[in-house]
Design a protein around this ligand. Structure first.
Ligand SMILES: [Zn+2]
Length: 79
């Protein structure tokens, strides 16, 4: 079983590996699902550390939301 120390609360061997979990990125009224992410989660403090590839997809999704929120007119084209 894969385990590692928590980078957040410092507890030893308390983070467990997960795969295929869906996350939701929220920004104001916007939200977006990011599916099938993997990474570590701490059983003590619930801190999540995503795997590099998953972290990249998560941050791409939040960048996309930030971009959308800055350009609200794009979502309501002028007629
Ligand atoms: Zn922790």
């Amino acid at each position: 079983m894969k385990r590692q120390d928590c980078v957040s609360c410092g507890t030893n061997n308390v983070m467990h590996w997960f795969e295929g979990r869906d996350f939701e990125v929220d920004l104001k009224a916007l939200r977006k699902s990011v599916l099938g992410l993997s990474g570590w989660q701490c059983e003590a403090c619930s801190e999540i550390e995503l795997a590099p590839e998953s972290a990249q997809r998560y941050s791409d999704a939040s960048d996309e939301l930030i971009y959308q929120s800055r350009r609200p007119l794009d979502r309501h084209p002028l007629t």
